[in-house]
Design a protein around this ligand. Structure first.
Ligand code: KIV
Ligand code: ZN
Length: 388
């Protein structure tokens, strides 16, 4: 059976850009959007057009340049928002309006001071209104993660009847456990008539570090779109990381799901987003962190030098990283030292290696990392000692 496609909806430029200090201007957004389009994302959520003139301009300009991806603008369930989004999206080859409303008890009570019936009414009105401007209308049930499943199904049923083409089920507060989120998707599949004609989307936040796991649980239970950001940036602890879900689906063929993403562009794009947003990527970040393919302990280095597969489940070249790094530290062994020494021009015999290794350990104990230039110094010290 051939693998089913999971659409990748990138929200780096909308949910990602909401992070304090990450604000981008239109030129920066355009640069990133062009790379996202090349990467192969299915949807670029370009912004929230009614929120500011700058965001309106960004969505307009991105709409003009996107070659393959659909371009999406966020709105509240408010007519003015929808009209402004439609105007910003007017140049897009494939425009999508993303409208919605909070559906959890706390959103209904504290944000909207409304009744559940009024929420359904507003949701239906928003979707029906958006359909006047775009065929492709995605509905989000904000805080769906904490929304009662029966009520969520009722809302979804009504908006599907009103013409929604995509149902976004956000775990807005990053509260769900993967099993629970997966069951929520399955519940909707089983209880909403006509749901097989629309795409269910996972939009997960990372407050408990489960954004990626929840998105995967969602697609394993029938969702066919994941909303994510480069480097997992986003409100508070962030969103599902695009590079993680793409590589999980690639590395686990038994899930029988794939995406159209070209993973070779991931590392470069991660660096671009980090640079443009001024948002540092933690070194141990999966797939794109500086240490994602770096090996520093002797046991691991020995294995990787013999065969990369001993400690790597992904070929770094697959995600655009030139090669795995062997980092010399005081935990490194002889194999790593010989390997790195050879790279900088020293082909050591076993006896020479023994002598240099003792010197290396003394040196390494004083430093966090032994660099290529340090190897020359260690060789010189070692030579002097042998002569003396
Ligand atoms: O997290 C969320 O619920 C959102 C919606 C606006 C889609 O970002
Ligand atoms: Zn979000």
């Amino acid at each position: 059976m051939s693998a089913e496609k999971v659409e990748i909806f990138d929200t780096t430029l909308r949910d990602g850009e909401q992070v304090p200090g990450c604000k981008l201007n239109t030129a920066q957004k355009l640069k990133i959007a062009a790379r996202l389009d090349e990467l192969g994302v299915d949807v670029i959520e370009a912004g929230f057009p009614v929120s500011s003139p700058g965001d309106f301009q960004s969505v307009t300009e991105i709409s003009k340049i996107a070659k393959n991806a659909a371009v999406c603008g966020l709105t509240r369930a408010v007519k003015k928002d929808i009209e402004v989004a439609a105007e910003a999206l007017k140049y897009a080859k494939k425009p999508r309006i993303h409208t919605g409303i909070g559906t959890s008890d706390s959103h209904i009570k504290y944000k909207f001071n409304a009744t559940p019936e009024q929420i359904i009414e507003r949701a239906v009105e928003a979707v029906a209104y958006a359909k006047n401007f775009a065929d492709d209308v995605e509905f989000y049930a904000e805080d769906a993660g904490r929304t009662d499943n029966a009520f969520l199904a009722q809302v979804c049923q009504e908006v599907v009847n009103a013409g929604a083409t995509v149902l976004n089920i956000p775990d807005t507060t990053g509260y769900c456990l993967p099993e629970e989120y997966g069951k929520k998707i399955k519940y909707l599949k089983d209880h909403v008539a006509g749901i097989d004609n629309v795409i269910i989307s996972c939009h997960c936040h990372n407050d408990l570090g489960l954004a990626t796991a929840n998105a995967i649980a969602g697609v394993a239970n029938g969702a066919r779109q994941i909303e994510c950001t480069i480097n997992g940036i986003g409100e508070r602890a962030g969103n599902t990381a695009l590079e993680e879900v793409v590589m999980i689906l690639r590395q686990h063929p038994t899930l029988n799901l794939n995406t159209d993403i070209n993973p070779k562009l991931l590392f470069e794009l991660s660096k671009m987003v980090s640079r443009e947003m001024g948002m540092f990527v933690q070194p141990n970040k999966a797939i794109v962190g500086a240490n994602a393919f770096a090996h520093s302990s002797g046991i691991h280095q020995d294995g990787v030098i013999k065969n990369r597969e001993t400690y790597e489940i992904i070929d770094p070249a697959d995600v655009g990283v030139t090669e795995s790094a062997i980092v010399l530290t005081a935990r490194s062994g002889r194999a790593a030292l010989a390997y790195k020494a050879k790279k900088v021009g020293y082909n050591l015999t076993k006896l020479e290696l023994d002598a240099v290794y003792t010197e290396f350990l003394n040196y390494a104990d004083m430093k966090k990392e032994v660099l290529d230039e340090d190897i020359h110094e260690i060789m010189a010290i070692s030579k002097k000692k042998i002569k003396a």
